[in-house]
Design a protein around this ligand. Structure first.
Ligand code: SF4
Length: 435
């Protein structure tokens, strides 16, 4: 499509501005050079739902550890998840690993060079495919992230509220992309939205597009893009159970592969409902009977679709439950007999188990596989201590030494919970390893 004069002057002005003010970012190639597709893909997956500031340290860590897509593909998934821990939206990490395998094993280590083919990779949607195709291969593709959306909405004074307005923004944005330097143009839009065309108080006086900007002429720049009604996020509440053994190691369980925080680790949890469980209810949700103490305070965490508040219960044990079934398939009070003692019998450590346990504390590896029979997953429930006493799809338990907690696959919410429970230990998770 032939470009109008305005479209052409807009892209020229923006590229000239970019040549002067482009940001230096760890994944960007120097001016005049084509970026490495692996770097572009890795950074774009990390940047989905996450800020440039948060991504920098993770990007460097991944490249240092897995310099090529083949290295990443060959890594165990648990190691990739552990390295991702703190960055959030963990489905991205699982898809990242799957896509690395596809590229390494089925494509000879070469990323596809069109947006259409890139979209076939796990975790690559319309925006990401456009961004990689433009930045890594200079394809004439549009990359409409939130920054670019804002610039285009203002440039054309698009007042249709999001998400309906997005289609128009993409059409207008695509028409601006020049035939040459499409990658620089995509990054220029991102930089302009980040530095000049900011959500509040845009610096229109310093903007290379000021003379062409409809929203500035109308005096409505700050009102655009128009957002749809804000979604009210429901509040869920529950209990977490932080258990330590005589060495101080913490009991963790691995979540099922599918669903919220899939394949990540957590301390045992009760179900998340509208209200906190009362004392007797919480003790019924505990993974086993012990001298549970409730800690003062609450841990809060915001997920995309709900807010979470967690109360904490802590206990120390001298023997390990052998499997998660030992934790949850305890006899009912009737089966045990009322008044005949309340301590559930837990298996002692065999010599073999002891060895694995020691290795687990050293390397954060698996303690023991679990019997999945009868493990009834509750749809949508992220909990371990489900109402039926089942373990919904939990597959592994581990005892992890406190000094190893920062290097295992614990999502931010679980780090908050453990930090709160072990507050006397000092900072467990250092800056740069958190989202
Ligand atoms: S003139 Fe202002 S509102 Fe328009 S694109 Fe530039 S910074 Fe954004």
């Amino acid at each position: 499509m032939a470009k109008t004069g305005t479209q052409s002057s807009c892209s020229k002005a923006l590229l000239a501005w970019y040549d002067r003010y482009r940001r230096v970012l760890p994944w960007r190639a120097p001016a005049g050079h084509r970026a490495e597709p692996y770097h572009v893909w890795l950074s774009e997956i990390m940047l989905q739902q996450t800020t440039v500031q948060a991504v920098g340290a993770y990007f460097r860590k991944f490249l240092q550890r897995w310099p090529t897509v083949e290295d990443l593909a060959a890594a165990p998934q648990d190691e990739v998840l552990a390295a991702w821990a703190g960055l959030g939206y963990y489905a991205r990490a699982r898809n990242l690993h799957k896509a690395a395998k596809v590229v390494a094993e089925e494509m000879g280590g070469r990323f596809p060079d069109t947006a259409e083919a890139l979209r076939a990779l796990p975790g690559v949607g319309v925006y990401t495919a456009g961004a990689i195709a433009a930045i890594a291969f200079d394809r004439q593709e549009v990359a409409m992230d939130a920054n670019a959306e804002r610039v285009v909405a203002r440039l054309y004074a698009i007042q249709t509220p999001l998400p309906a307005g997005k289609a128009e923004m993409i059409i207008k944005g695509r028409a601006l992309v020049p035939a040459k330097r499409a990658g620089d143009f995509a990054q220029a839009m991102m930089d302009l939205g980040s530095a000049i065309c900011t959500p509040k108080r845009p610096s229109c006086g310093q903007c290379p597009l000021e003379e062409m900007c409809e929203a500035t002429k109308l005096g409505i720049a700050e009102t655009l893009p128009v957002k749809g009604p804000k979604m009210v996020r429901p509040l869920r509440r529950g209990a977490a159970f932080v258990v330590r053994d005589e060495t101080g190691a913490v009991l963790l369980v691995k979540r099922p592969e599918k669903g919220l925080l899939g394949s990540m680790l957590q301390p045992p949890l009760g179900p998340w409902t509208e209200q906190f469980p009362k004392r007797a209810e919480a003790l019924g949700q505990a993974p086993f009977e012990a001298d549970w103490k409730k800690l003062p305070g609450i841990v809060r965490h915001g997920f995309t679709h709900f807010e979470l508040e967690i109360e904490l219960w802590v206990a120390a044990v001298t023997k390990h439950p052998k499997t998660i079934q030992d934790c949850h398939s305890r006899p009912s009070r009737a089966q045990r007999g009322e008044g005949k003692g309340t301590q559930v019998e837990m298996s002692g450590k065999s010599q073999k188990e002891k060895t694995i346990h020691t290795e687990t504390r050293r390397r954060g590896e698996r303690l023991s596989a679990l019997d999945k029979d009868g493990a009834a997953s509750l749809p949508g429930s992220p909990s371990l201590g489900a109402e039926e006493g089942a373990s919904p799809g939990m597959t592994e338990i581990l005892w992890v030494a406190t000094e190893e907690l920062a290097s295992v696959a614990l999502p931010t919410v679980m780090r908050k919970i453990i930090s709160h429970a072990l507050v006397e230990e000092g900072p467990l998770f250092r800056a740069g390893n958190k989202a």
